[in-house]
Design a binder for this molecule. Structure first.
Ligand code: HEC
Length: 147
């Protein structure tokens, strides 16, 4: 016989895991929401090593060129998956992406311009300034358009 306290505890544990695992799958054809989230994660993975290199004072033009190649691809990807009917769970995009498309596009352009600066950076200082500008542009768009 389980002790009387065991059952409510198990129930609580089950509720806890449910609350922490709100796994909503993108079940629409082509999975546009899933793909844009993966594209944003890839963008993060592309930019993180640049920050690490600069934080560790390990700037090298060759290494930056290799990282920039990945970034140049990653920065183009998430936007392909913003179709008109893609505002549904598990999306974390705010409805303003679709109701204020000019503002979203302005954020996107600001981000692309910020990354241009890294693509042409020729020194650790220029790379640092460009990197900080990029992170600011990620944040600016997230504040306005991400839940
Ligand atoms: C023009 C707007 C915009 C820019 C610029 C932008 N993001 Fe985002 N990001 C979003 C939105 C909107 C979402 C929510 C996506 C969704 O769930 O629909 C998001 C989601 C993400 C996610 C979460 C993906 C997931 O699995 O939920 C990561 C990580 C991320 N962005 C990283 C970055 C990084 C790093 C940068 C800059 C290098 C960046 N983003 C630039 C708008 C932007």
């Amino acid at each position: 016989m389980p002790r009387p306290a065991a059952f409510p505890l198990l129930l609580l544990a089950a509720l806890f895991f449910t609350a922490c695992n709100p796994k909503v799958e993108d079940d629409r054809p082509g999975q546009p929401v899933k793909h844009r989230q993966e594209a944003f994660k890839a963008l993060l993975r592309a930019i993180e090593p640049v920050g690490r290199m600069l934080d560790e004072a390990q700037y090298s033009a060759g290494r930056l060129a290799a990282l920039n190649e990945a970034l140049a691809k990653a920065r183009e990807e998430p936007w392909h998956y913003y179709g008109p009917d893609t505002d549904y769970p598990p999306s974390k995009s705010r409805p303003e992406v679709w109701s204020q498309p000019e503002k979203f596009e302005a954020e996107r352009q600001g981000f692309l311009t910020a990354t241009d600066a890294l693509l042409i950076a020729g020194s650790a200082e220029a790379a640092r300034a460009a990197y900080d500008g990029i992170r600011a542009s990620c944040k600016s768009c997230h504040n306005a358009f991400r839940r």
